[in-house]
Ligand binder design. Sequence first.
Ligand code: IMP
Ligand code: MG
Length: 170
Amino acid sequence: MEEIKVLISEEELNKRITEIAKQIEKDYDGKEITLICILKGSVFFTVELAKHINGDARLEFIRVSSYEGENSTGEIKMKLDLKDSIQGKDVIVVEDIIDTGRTLSYLIEYLNMKKPNSVKLCTLLDKPSRRVVDVDVDYVGFQIPDKFVIGYGLDADEKYRNLPYIGVIE
Ligand code: IMP
Ligand code: MG
């Protein structure tokens, strides 16, 4: 098995996620919130975030996939669509990591067609040096360098999602 170096510990993750939850709580001031979890990577983050928002936070799920690699067209595919309407809702899209920004810029455009009252973006990790498409992010957990990270929902070929921390394969 490869050696994994801890980049962000479980304790640091929990502390920061609680801070973001409190910030969201303040910003929404008792309003109903719809958290849209982007499967599969954002599951751990969404759950931890939702647990710390004191108020009416509802959960929706969506799954998209992007084609990566040398022949990348930047095309995004909808794998699992929302099941309930978000019309008139105050939506927060919860993402694991923003890399090129393609996934989120596609999703924002897609979600806006469904006429929510507002859409904000929340990401656990941000790799700003890799951005290709500009996206306005409202809540960021940690900015990280251009390294491939795993754990806390993030995978390498579906492996390592269940690690309780963010790590780098050495
Ligand atoms: P973007 O469309 O390039 O911003 O891609 C974001 C998606 O790429 C994320 O939702 C992840 O699934 C994946 N991704 C980007 N960087 C990493 C990484 O370091 N580890 C694991 N997955 C990553
Ligand atoms: Mg992902």
